[in-house]
Design a protein around this ligand. Structure first.
Ligand code: HAM
Length: 426
C-alpha cells in the first residue's frame, strides 16, 4: 500500500507555497514596521517547559502533546505553541539584560494531537509575537493592532475582536471563590471535564463548549466583576488605546482561552464564515509566565494566529493570492548545438537575475511554444539550424506573435536590457 501523509497534516503544493510566501512577506514587513525581530527556536523542547509554561491542567498538556523519549532517556515534546519556547529563549539568552522592551516574532509549524477537522490540524502553522518587559496597556493594544493590521492587509472583512480581562493573582482567587460558590449547586449537571475543572481550574468552565455547561454559566460571576483596582485600570487603558486607533472590539466576559498563563488581557479574533474553528488569532498578557519558567517577574503580552485559518478565511471571502511564478524568458533550442548554446545563455542570464527556463524534453518547436505559453513566459528565444548558420536568434513576443532577430554576439546584453527595461515600465 502507498504511504500517505500522517492524519491531520498537509502537503503544500508549489502553487500554494507561493501564497504562503506572499503571506509571510506581509508578516515580515509588518514586523519590521512595528519593531519586532524574528526568533527561531527548536521544533522540540524539554517536555517540562510546556508543563510549566502552558499549564498542566490545560487540554494541550493533558491530551494533545506529541511527547517522546530520546536515546538519552530525555522526555521531549514537539512544540504545541510558541510562547513557552520564546520565554525560554528570552531567559536562556539573557535578553532581559539589555534595555527593554524586547519584541520578538516567530513563524512555523506547531503540533497538537487534536481530532482533525476543517481548520484544525495536528501540524499547523502559527505566526506569533511576544512583547516582554512592559506592563503598559499600550503594549497590549499594540499587539492587537498588529494582528488587526495584518488582516486588513490581506483584505479580510467582518473580523470580530473579542476582549476580556482575566485578572491577576490578587483578584483571581476572589473570582475563583465566587465562581465555585455559584457552580456548587449545579455540580452534578456539569460535564465530566468541568467536574474535574471545578477544583483545579474552575475559570475554564466559563468557556466550556457543552451547551448544558454554557447554560449554567450564563449568569455566573465573571472575572470582570472581580477585577482589583489595578487590573481595572489596566483594562480601561487597553480599551482606550484601541478606541484611539478605532479598532472595534466586543467585550466577552466568558472569554478565558485554553492556556493557563494569561493574566489581565485575553483576546481572540474571529471570522464567522470559516465554521466551527472561527478563531483565527488568540493571545493576551502573561505577567507570571517568565517567572514560572525560571526568570524574575517580567511582564509579557503577545498573540499567535493560525496561518491555515487565515487562508481559509480568505478563501471564504473570495480573496486570492498569486499562485504563479513569473518567468522572463524561455529558450527553445531545436538541435543539440543550439541546446548547448541556450544552456550557456540561460546560465549567464540567471546569474544576472533574470528568471529563465529552457526545454529539457527534446520537444518539437510547436510543443515548446505550447509549453512556454503554459509557464507564462512572455518571450521565447528560438535557435535552430538556420539561426546557427546566420548567428542570429529569433526572439518571439508571445503576446502579439511578433518576431525579431538578435545577433548572437549581442544576445545577452540585449536580453538583459529588454527584460530590465520591461520591469522598469511595469
Ligand atoms: P492558541 O489560541 O492556542 O494560542 O492558538 C493561536 C491560534 O493558532 C488559534 O487562534 C488558531 O488560529 C491557531 N490554531 C490553534 N490550534 C490549531 C490547530 N489545531 N489547527 C489549526 N490552527 C490552530 C496560542 O498558541 C498562544 N501561544 C498564543 C499567545 C502568544 N498568547 C500569548 N502569546
Amino acid at each position: 500500500m502507498a504511504i500517505t501523509r500522517p492524519k491531520g497534516t498537509n502537503d503544500f503544493m508549489p502553487d500554494e507555497v507561493l501564497s504562503w510566501q506572499y503571506m509571510e512577506n506581509i508578516l515580515r514587513d509588518l514586523c519590521k514596521q512595528f519593531g519586532y525581530m524574528e526568533l527561531r527556536t527548536p521544533i522540540f523542547e524539554d517536555t517540562e517547559l510546556f508543563i510549566r509554561g502552558v499549564g498542566d491542567t490545560t487540554d494541550i498538556v493533558q491530551k494533545e502533546m506529541y511527547t517522546f523519549t530520546d536515546q538519552g532517556n530525555r522526555s521531549l515534546t514537539l512544540r504545541p505553541e510558541g510562547t513557552a519556547s520564546t520565554v525560554r529563549a528570552y531567559l536562556e539568552h539573557k535578553m532581559f539584560a539589555v534595555s527593554q522592551p524586547t519584541k520578538l516574532y516567530y513563524m512555523g509549524p506547531m503540533f497538537r494531537c487534536e481530532k482533525p477537522q476543517a481548520g484544525r490540524y495536528r501540524q499547523f502553522h502559527q505566526f506569533g509575537v511576544e512583547f516582554f518587559g512592559s506592563n503598559s496597556s499600550a503594549a497590549d493594544a499594540e499587539v492587537i493592532s498588529l494582528a488587526w493590521e495584518f488582516y486588513q492587509r490581506l483584505g479580510l472583512k467582518g473580523l470580530e475582536v473579542r476582549l476580556n480581562s482575566v485578572g491577576c493573582p490578587n483578584c483571581r482567587p476572589i473570582h475563583r471563590k465566587a465562581l465555585q460558590e455559584f457552580l456548587k449547586p449545579h455540580f452534578e449537571e456539569l460535564c465530566s471535564s468541568c467536574q474535574s475543572r471545578f477544583e483545579k481550574n474552575p475559570l475554564r468552565i466559563l468557556d466550556c463548549k457543552s451547551p448544558v455547561c454554557q447554560k449554567i454559566v450564563e449568569n455566573a460571576p465573571t472575572t470582570i466583576d472581580c477585577l482589583c483596582e489595578e487590573c481595572q485600570e489596566h483594562f480601561a487603558g487597553v480599551k482606550s488605546y484601541l478606541d484611539a486607533v478605532k479598532i472595534p472590539y466586543h467585550l466577552d466576559p466568558h472569554l478565558v482561552r485554553g492556556l493557563d498563563y494569561y493574566t489581565n488581557t485575553a483576546f481572540e479574533i474571529l471570522v464567522t464564515e470559516i465554521g466551527a474553528q472561527s478563531a483565527i488569532c488568540g493571545g493576551g498578557r502573561y505577567n507570571g509566565l517568565v517567572k514560572e519558567v525560571g526568570g524574575s517577574n517580567t511582564p509579557g503580552v503577545g498573540f499567535a494566529l493560525g496561518m491555515e485559518r487565515a487562508f481559509a478565511a480568505m478563501a471564504a471571502q473570495g480573496i486570492t493570492l498569486p499562485t504563479k511564478e513569473k518567468f522572463d524568458l524561455y529558450f527553445a533550442p531545436l538541435n543539440e548545438e543550439a541546446d548547448h548554446l541556450c544552456f550557456m545563455w540561460l546560465t549567464a542570464l540567471r546569474s544576472q537575475g533574470i528568471a529563465c527556463e529552457k526545454d529539457y524534453m527534446n520537444r518539437s518547436l510547436k510543443a515548446q511554444m505550447k509549453y512556454a505559453d503554459k509557464i507564462h513566459a512572455p518571450y521565447v528565444v528560438i535557435v535552430g539550424d538556420s539561426e546557427l548558420a546566420d548567428q542570429k536568434a529569433v526572439l518571439r513576443c508571445m503576446a502579439n506573435a511578433q518576431q525579431k532577430e538578435i545577433d548572437f554576439v549581442n544576445l545577452i546584453d540585449s536580453l538583459v536590457e529588454m527584460v530590465n527595461g520591461g520591469k522598469e515600465n511595469e
